[in-house]
Design a protein around this ligand. Structure first.
Ligand code: S3P
Length: 444
């Protein structure tokens, strides 16, 4: 792919009323569950980004008839839990950790062999976190020597997987979801105990497809989620809300630029995803949630952000998993708040599409901000972005490309961001919308 660069002009005031594309996590899951359900699932608001399209294509390659996406509409003719066919070639998950880790759970329960591969970024990401529980369930699944992709899965043949009671070593919705999806194919009960709340879209959607998943709180932070193997899913309609992780760039943009007033409509407000709202509110942001209602088991609202002066904070660790994808842009916000912001307990950021602690510390330093990486977070001392003509590397990470675009609002000179085609993985309309609300960003 040719090198796409963003040239970000400094300054801007953010105004308007916009809608951002569908939620990536829910879009992936709508295809996965629709494909293994009985009957026809219809989806509206599907994210037409490279990540969710990788999931869609993978199921087509396993014999599932899927029409669309066309303006966010998808029609999936479910083949039932046992109806997938062996793909002819390795399934390419592109940049998407969610696709690879969740599909590993589904594929571990099939009676055919297959292989999952990914791009340069995904090929470096840890996969033992899913292969370990799957092996405990009796799956035959291999990673490379380093514990990274490709994943090679040998079919279960006549055996079936065995349910487990798994204690997650880290707060990861991807690992939890992988174990639960494999649990559909396992004998008996499968449970995942999470150390802190993580996004619960898999549980909500399984329940929506008529497959009972029981969640039980254990103390203040832990939740145990269980299901019985051997049931069936019933097709349904899924209305995908807008992705709060995409809205986050615009919420942040309006929060840091003087005079801004922006409404983002129909944003998913699942309580396991709203850490960004809570963190920005603690920093002093003026954010109102309007028109709150529910679509298909997921809460949504319009997010109204008006500029207000922000101050640095110590980010509460209990909010980390609830804002895990938002830290690149939260670091940018911290750079223009008053005083110091400290993040701890976020070592998972080091194994996202890039090492988001190191890459963002380097990027902020390049624009003249005092940002010190720590093993599990960052210390940012807000200041003026004084650097002249900075050139930033995205490191194959869409959220770095978009976060550093937002940094342009408080820059004094142009920021050039290298390797930005990756924005298409989650937010193909980002450039159109960011220019529409008041920034000036050219794609070259
Ligand atoms: C996701 C879970 C998160 C998140 C990712 C999407 C999901 O990963 O970072 O972008 O859809 O389940 P972890 O669960 O590994 O933290």
């Amino acid at each position: 792919m040719s090198n796409v660069k963003f040239k970000v002009q400094p300054g801007g005031t953010i105004k308007g009323r916009i809608r951002v594309p569908g939620d990536k996590s829910i879009s992936h899951r709508s295809i996965m569950l629709g494909a293994i359900a009985e009957g026809t699932t219809t989806v509206t608001g599907f994210l037409e980004g490279d990540d969710s399209l990788a999931t869609l294509r993978a199921f087509q390659e396993m014999g599932v008839s899927i029409d669309g996406p066309e303006e966010g509409n998808v029609i999936i003719k479910g083949v039932g839990l046992k109806g997938l066919k062996q793909p002819k070639a390795p399934l390419d998950m592109g940049n998407s950790g969610t696709a690879m880790r969740l599909m590993a759970g589904i594929l571990a329960g099939q009676n055919f062999n297959c292989e999952l591969i990914g791009d340069a970024s995904l090929s470096k990401r840890p996969m033992k976190r899913v292969t370990e529980p799957l092996r405990l369930m009796g799956a035959n699944i291999e990673t490379s020597e380093n514990g990274t992709p490709p994943l090679k899965i040998t079919g279960t043949g006549e055996r079936s997987l065995q349910g487990i009671d798994y204690i997650l070593p880290m707060a990861s919705a991807q690992v939890k979801s992988c174990v639960l999806l494999a649990g559909l194919y396992a004998k008996g009960t499968t449970c995942a105990l999470e150390p802190a709340p993580t996004r619960d879209h898999t549980e909500r959607m399984l329940n929506g497809f008529g497959y009972s998943v029981v969640s039980e709180k254990q103390g203040a932070q832990k939740t145990k989620v269980c299901l019985q193997g051997g049931g069936g899913l019933t097709a349904r309609h899924i209305d995908v809300p807008s992705d709060i992780s995409s809205a986050a760039f615009f919420i942040a943009a309006a929060a840091v630029s003087k005079g801004s007033d922006l409404v983002i409509e129909h944003v998913g407000m699942n309580p396991t995803r709203v850490g960004i709202i809570d963190i920005l509110t603690l920093m002093g942001a003026d954010i109102q949630l309007e028109n709150a209602h529910e679509v298909g088991g997921e809460p949504v609202a319009d997010v109204h952000v008006r500029y207000a002066p922000l101050k640095g904070i110590q980010i509460p660790e209990k909010l980390v998993a609830l804002a895990i994808d938002e830290f690149p842009v939260l670091f940018v916000v911290a750079a223009s708040a008053e005083g110091q912001t400290i993040l701890t307990g976020a070592e998972e950021l080091r194994v996202k599409e890039s090492d988001r602690i190191q890459v963002m510390a380097d990027a902020l330093q390049a624009v003249g901000i005092d940002a010190q990486p720590t093993p599990d977070g960052m210390i940012i001392n807000a200041g003026k972005q004084t650097a002249q003509q900075s050139e930033i590397q995205s490191h194959h990470d869409h959220r770095i490309s978009m976060a550093m675009t937002i940094a342009g609002l408080n820059a004094t000179s142009e920021i050039v961001i290298d390797d930005c085609a990756n924005v298409n993985t989650s937010f193909p309309t980002f450039i159109k919308l960011i220019n529409q609300v008041g920034m000036k960003v050219d794609v070259v």
